[in-house]
Ligand binder design. Sequence first.
Ligand SMILES: [Zn+2]
Length: 284
Amino acid sequence: MQDNRKSRHEFDISDGEGIKLINNISLLSFDSLNMYSDKLQAYFTGRMGGVSKFPEGNLNLSFARGDSKELVLKNYELLSVATGIPLSEMVISAQVHDNRVRVVDQVDAGKGILFENDSKGYDGLVTNVKRVALIAFYADCTPIYLYDTKSEVIGLVHAGWRSTVKDIMSSTVETMKEKYGCRTENFAVVIGPRIRECCFEVGEDVYYEYTNTFKNIGKWLTRIDNKWYIDNSGVIKQRLKELGVPEESIFTSDFCTKCRKDLFFSHRGDNGACGCQVAIMRMI
Ligand SMILES: [Zn+2]
């Protein structure tokens, strides 16, 4: 069973995740969510294979990064063919590095792509509606996929350092509990590709934002010379465990977006002149 799952990936980078090229675009997926493939689809796009002009020939999926709307829509059509998810069922976040969570319903399907997004300022999206696909954007920030395997509810989070220290993990999990009766012991969670501790250099101001907010996070913060290097996924994983998610139910991707800017957009790696990849997840 395990071997069959692995062999579906065209090239494995590490245990538990792999990239497939479909319709000429790259899709990363995770074994711990693929095991629910009769109920769930979840992917992280790469930069390869799109029709963007900015950057040329890449799969930029952001409407706010200098690409024309027409070309971004073509990239979404490539994603739609590759995943089988119609544009009319996608809902995109309008994220602002805060901690607000939007409860998404059938009425939101297509918003941000086919229709105006009337709901802005959310870095977390949750839904229990089948077929509606949640989408958030990344170019170094941390993606978190949440799936309550019993209640059948999904959540998707965009967490840069600002959202992390505003405790977006807590606001997302609390929303899933309050709105849908979710229980964290039933969660399957993936922390996806992001700028890792090798490359996420910050100044003292950001270091203090973390230490003023969270206790006992010293092992995720490393000082080298006069700079701090932060393992944001470690902080998020610790927060999820405090919220009741079992450690064995949390998978963390090995990919650093800045180290692997051949595969992914990286805001820092590309000196800000990059597109965005997306996390996309839906129940079927
Ligand atoms: Zn790195």
